[in-house]
Ligand binder design. Sequence first.
Ligand code: KIV
Length: 283
Amino acid sequence: MAKKKAIHDFYRMKASGEKVTWLTSYDFPTAQFAEAAGLDMILVGDSLGMCVYGYNGTVSVTMDQCIVHCEAVRRGAPNTFIVGDMPFMSYQASDEDAVRNAGRFLKEADVDAIKLEGGVRVASRIKAIVEAGIVVIGHIGLTPQSSGALGGHKAQGRTARDAAMVVEDALAVQEAGAQMLLVEAVPPEVAEYITKQLTIPVFSIGAGKGCDGQLLIVSDLIGQFQAFTPKFVKKYCDVAAMITNAMKAYCEDVRGGRFPEDQHCYHMIEGEKDKFIADMEKQ
Ligand code: KIV
């Protein structure tokens, strides 16, 4: 079994150019698969709102939901670096809220780091959480919790002026003390520039291959999430079709009397059947 990676490993990988692999997981079995596959990091993203609960977005996800899913993922992947995602309104109101809720992820779910969305505007939150001794991953570019304010789930930094604002956010996150950064839905040239400028590891989701590592949402990767597929997704299998076909086959077998078969039954212990029939006949 591979040794669990720590923050210094991601810095070493940045220095050597070895890419960090990062995937979301929300439940025990998927976390087991991720650890068996050798993922470096797991994010228990607030995308669980859409991928697990069927919400329209991430805004209604609560701290308690995030903690329960982090606990399950930790049980499934005891030797993987796990990141808890701070849901909407768990850190927006004050530095105190931010520290208290970040602390819950560590105390209750044994995660290794937390992630929160925003750059310049959350610098004081990042600083406060880092000062509490918690590893922080910043998240800039397209930040789904504020997609309303961004005018929808749209790529960011596509003009020179907007790109400069994304760079400003990246610098603010590093300056505030975050140990790593995620850049979402930003042109590859902008993300690569940020990766080269920053000393902390920078990860891409929809920001090209010039970063220190990649993140994908597991439900997209395995073809489970069906509402929409962002441009940056690569689908590696189609579990929706596999599961639906398996369920259809089960229905056909039950309706056709082909399931269960003898091999699926618990037979009576030798000699007990005759006794049972005799007992029943006496009644
Ligand atoms: O919640 C999540 O999975 C995320 C990704 C979209 C980056 O934050």
